[in-house]
Design a protein. Structure first.
Length: 280
DNA sequence: TTGATTTGACCGAA
DNA sequence: TTCGGTCAAATCAA
């Protein structure tokens, strides 16, 4: 995709508005609830932010992504690479992470989905742990993104909101918005530049996508029943269910321009998604 | 056929 | 020597 078509531009605009709305939602949640009580909601808001951000990044870059193309390294290649390490370029220092090395950040979550696309590359039984430890790397490693994460299912089942301990290593360089990534990393959310129109379209967009009444947003959290999570397969496609619901009040479409703009088409449900998808 | 996942083996740090 | 992190062949799924 060399340049953005008008439909893509509309999607980009909507996703930007959604991003701003999610940021505002996070601010509201943070203001409304003490640190601990709002953790899951804020994590969810952060997840929405990440999802929006990835779509924005993809559209902004022209969608030239695709799954990593790095295939298995041949043993001979490996040996050759080892033989020339002294003189070759330091492309990817494959030095393994020191055992127990400190993560960039560590989160406890009820879900392993975080808006990024991960590819599982290993699983290990860990001493003293009931559940195996799962190793993921960014699916865009082929583009030089060295972010990895380690997922450990929590021992205690009493807190579903912290069923997984996820340690992140390295930063995403695959197009994730740096500011958003930073905001998500330390739990802070950027104040939205636009609030009202974004909030309106955000609610409508999610409402449309989820086919739910406008009074609620349904956001799927992938079910994690103890098996290895597999959110990496077949690209990034968040879907919707009613497993977790956030009641959203105060959204209205008053701020939306009622002219026949593509944005309005999107808001009232007549937007031509097929043409958008085809153009991407 | 292609790409993702599984899983045993390998490797390096402690 | 042990154990955790990574590799890569085998396997599965679309």
């Amino acid at each position: 995709m060399a340049m953005l078509g008008s439909s893509s531009a509309v999607v980009l605009e909507l996703m930007t508005m959604g991003y701003q709305s999610a940021a505002y939602l996070g601010e509201l949640l943070r203001a409304a609830s003490p640190a601990q009580a709002g953790d899951e909601q804020q994590e969810l808001a952060a997840e929405i932010l990440r999802c929006c951000d990835r779509v924005i990044a993809k559209l902004s870059r022209g969608g030239a992504t695709g799954a990593t193309t790095g295939k298995k390294r041949k043993a001979a290649e490996s040996a050759a690479a080892a033989a020339m390490t002294s003189s070759s370029l330091p492309v990817t220092p494959t030095k393994r992470r020191a055992r127990g090395a400190e993560a960039v950040r560590e989160v406890r979550s009820g879900t392993t989905a975080d808006g990024f696309i991960w590819r599982k590359y290993g699983q290990k039984e860990i001493n003293g742990c009931k559940h195996p430890r799962l190793y993921y790397r960014c699916a865009f490693r082929g583009q030089g993104c060295l972010a990895t994460r380690r997922v450990q299912q929590s021992q205690s089942q009493d807190d579903p909101a912290a069923a997984f301990v996820i340690a992140y290593y390295g930063e995403h360089t695959c197009g994730g918005n740096a500011a958003a990534a930073a905001a998500c990393r330390d739990g802070e959310l950027m104040p939205p530049a636009v609030i009202n129109s974004g909030a309106s379209s955000f609610a409508a967009a999610w409402n449309m996508a989820s086919r739910e009444p406008a009074s609620s947003l349904a956001v799927e959290r992938r079910s994690c029943d103890g098996d290895a999570p597999s959110e990496t397969s077949q690209g990034w496609s968040p879907s919707f269910s009613s497993e977790v619901e956030l009641d959203v009040v105060g959204f209205d479409l008053a701020g939306a321009d009622s002219s026949a703009s593509p944005v309005w088409e999107f808001l009232n449900g007549s937007f031509d998604w097929e043409s958008v998808i085809n153009s991407l």
